[in-house]
Every structure is written in C-alpha cells, then in structure tokens.
Design a protein around this ligand. Sequence first.
Ligand code: AMP
Length: 398
Amino acid sequence: MDAIAVLNAGSSSIKFSLFALGGEALDLELRGQVEGIYTAPRFIGRDALGKTLAEERWPEGTKLGHASALDHIIAFVRERLAGRRLAGIGHRVVHGGMEYTQPVRMNAAALDALEKFVPLAPLHQPHNLAPIRLLLERLPELPQVACFDTSFHRSNPEIAQMFALPAALHDEGVRRYGFHGLSYEYVASQLPSLDARAAQGRTVVLHLGNGSSMCALSAGKSVASTMGFTAVDGLPMGTRCGALDPGVVLYLMDRHGMDVRAVEKLIYNQSGLLGVSGISSDMRALLASSEPRAKLAVDLYLYRIGRELGSLAAALEGLDALVFTAGIGENSAVLRERVCRHAAWLGVELDPGANAAGSPRISTAASRVSAWVVATNEELMIARHTAEFVRPTTRRKQ
Ligand code: AMP
C-alpha cells in the first residue's frame, strides 16, 4: 500500500508522520520527530498507538543540522516502508501570502514564490521551506505539496483582512492573514458529522494550545480570526503576548533602547503565560500552581478569550456554536468550563458531566449555543491535501 509522509519543520525540530494511502481512508502508521537539532538532538519514532519503535540521542552540543535530521527521518521511514512506495510528501508551510488559497505542488518556481514570504514570517518560513528544497534536489521525482496555515482564511471578507494603514502598505502585503488554518480546516471538516447547525451556522472555533487563536466560521468558511499579520496577534499564548497596542513597541524602542530583535524576543518568547506568571508557559503547570501570578496569567488568558469571543460573535452577527480544540481546548475541562461560564450571556449553557467526560457535545440539550470538543489533526489535513495531488479521486472519496 502506498504511503504519504507529512513534515512539519521548525527552527529546532522536524516532526513527521506517515499515513497509509489505501481504500478510502488515510491511516496513521508512524509519527515522530527530531528535536533539539542545534542543541541536544534526539530522534524518536513511534507507531500509530504511540509505542516507541526507534530512539536515538546525540551527545549534548552536537549540531546535527536540518539536512542530517531530515536524512535520519527519511532513512527511518524508508526502513518501515519496506519497499512500499512513498507517493508524496506534504509540508506544513506557515505563509502562503494572498496568492496561495489552496495547497500547491512544489517545484523550483513555486519554491521561489514562497521564498518571497520569508520577510512576513522570518521565524518559521525559512525552516518550513528548507526540507522542500533539499528533497527537490535529492528526490526530484517525489511529489511534494505545500499546505499553508494562511490559506483557510482567504475566504475572509476584504475588510476583515485590512489594517487602517495607508493603502500603499496594504497593497505591499501588510494585511491580516490569519494562521492555524490547517487546524480550523480540519475542525470544519468534522462539523457536518457532529451537528448540522454548527456546520452550517455561525461557529467560533477556539484553538487553545501553546499557540492560541480563535476563528469565526460561517457555514464552515473562515470569516474572521484573532491572528493577523503575524501569529503574535490576538490571544495571549504560551510565550507570545497576543494583541498589543503598537504604542508599547514605540515606547520600548524609545525609552528602553530596544531594537527589532529585542522586541521580537520579548513579544514572541518572553511574554504570554510565561511573562505574566514568571513561572511557566505550560497551562498544566499554571493550573497546578498556587502562586497568585500563575492564577493571574490564567485569568488574563480567559479574559482575552472572552473579549475576542464577543468580537468574533459581532463579526458573525450572532453565534450558534463554540468548538474547543488543541492541547488546552481538548484536555482542560476547567478552562472550557470557565470560557463557557463567561460566554453565558451569549447563550452557552454547559453540561458539567459531558464537559468532564470531554464528550463531543459539552453543552446542555437546551443550550441556545451548542459547545463541542473536537480533537484537531493538522497532519491528517495535510495528508488529505497531499493525497488529492497524488490520487486525484481522493477528494470525491473523502
Ligand atoms: P498544543 O500546543 O496544542 O500541544 O498544546 C499545549 C498546551 O496544552 C500546553 O500549555 C499544555 O499545558 C496544555 N495542556 C495539555 N493537556 C492539558 C490539560 N490536561 N490541562 C490543561 N492544559 C493542558
């Protein structure tokens, strides 16, 4: 049976998964990663159930590099394929600009086009593109497909994508792009099998993980989201500050003498839950802590979610459903309960038993706005897109 590989390459890690491409379904076979690529490299490969199949550690201080990490993954995948065909590789790519409203089959010209977006996402885009370039050189016959975090939001009305800046900057590409699109697209694809009203109506999806954002769906299409020009906008996150008055940046540069790199480090790596609590970027650690600053960080996170929910409900002119997803959204009944309590004024009535069980519907039968938990699966979304390129009938079948 043929297989599809999915790669998600970041600054210090490359995550991979492998799906069997057969019949109508895409079945997860393997997943794993090389992490700590420049510090303390470690490879782990697991089967679909999470059982460790292979593990390797390099001595502390080894600078493995992305190319060697990729080689390691390819060798592991090849061995497990045992002669079966790798039909294609799908890549998670953070930025597709305004042009890429759909995934794209990669070649040298498409790669050059995507390089143009490096200035829009300098921390992610170069790392996302590096394995594509390497594989185009080494395995030119292997179909590669880039899937973008921005594409799903290109259905937003023009006005939702605008800043109130001079038109020349808008034309140059200074716009609200939105991110986490592969997660929202996957969640939207699951809604029809859960609830017709959530699928067809006005739904806000809360992707609450280390990176957090929210998206307003109208009949399954994105019409607004909390992330903007970059993935630092909107909600506070593990280490990102979320929405910030741009005057703060001016003040930091003016009064603290901070340059671009220093501000970048502050707003991407030292803020959010970590910055406010001074303890951790990890929601579990904060919920377990008795420190008042841990509680404050969680309170601020929830307050901002409540504010953004009001804003997205206004963009939708009403609300029919809420959907929780990602690490915090899928696993923390406490956080979901607090979000729903703050959203009571919108018509959300939580079913505490269903919420504790994490069952798909967590609102009462009488709740005017239904609430749901859906486990996201960005890798499967990428695999589905990639399958459409290597097996054109897949779209009809799935
Ligand atoms: P993600 O980026 O989607 O993997 O989500 C990571 C975040 O989910 C971290 O902040 C974790 O602490 C959080 N998380 C995972 N499990 C739980 C849980 N049971 N309760 C609260 N937060 C959780």
